[in-house]
Design a protein around this ligand. Structure first.
Ligand SMILES: [Zn+2]
Length: 166
């Protein structure tokens, strides 16, 4: 996992916490520019952090990022409560894709990052048999987030991409 220093994060202003079990990993998109390199991903993350600071928030809202070049990236990380999943922040984690995923297509790299993180978190699978502990922002709030291509994959049961035969 890329840590905060890798993308040049400013320190969080504070770290909200909750002892509640986090039962779901909620997927978001940034609904903005689709970065074309790791450098652009870092700039985009810093811009989102600035935007969220400007809203008076403690930090960039998401726990994690799933990126084409940086891979899995620590945003708030595991410990600080996410701010993206209102009204379910204290029972969920969040992960963000960079781009507008109705105009852009979610890639196999991004899918694998989400699936690997969900496996690692092992977020109460008994609460959601069949591995459906991965959810969408639009499951909990009136929004088009995380975009059509993400929803197509989630609604298909978020299958693991086939390994490339190289
Ligand atoms: Zn969202």
């Amino acid at each position: 996992m890329q840590d905060r220093g890798d993308w040049g994060a400013d320190p969080a202003r504070y770290c909200p916490v909750s002892n509640n079990i986090k039962r779901r990993l909620i997927v978001h998109h940034s609904a903005g520019y689709r970065p074309r390199s790791s450098t652009e991903e870092k700039v985009t993350l810093r811009n989102i952090q600035d935007f969220h600071f400007g809203r008076g928030w403690s930090d960039i809202a998401y726990n994690f990022g799933a990126h084409r070049y940086l891979g899995l990236t620590q945003l708030r990380g595991f410990f600080c409560l996410n701010g993206a999943n209102t009204p379910a922040n204290d029972s969920t984690f969040s992960i963000v894709l960079l781009g507008h995923m109705s105009l852009n297509q979610i890639t196999d790299e991004e899918k694998n990052v989400i699936l690997d993180l969900a496996d690692y978190l092992n977020i109460a699978p008994e609460a959601c048999p069949g591995g459906c502990a991965i959810g969408a922002h639009q499951d909990i709030s009136a929004t088009a987030c995380p975009g059509d291509s993400t929803m197509e994959w989630l609604n298909a049961g978020h299958p693991r991409p086939k390994a490339c035969v190289c």
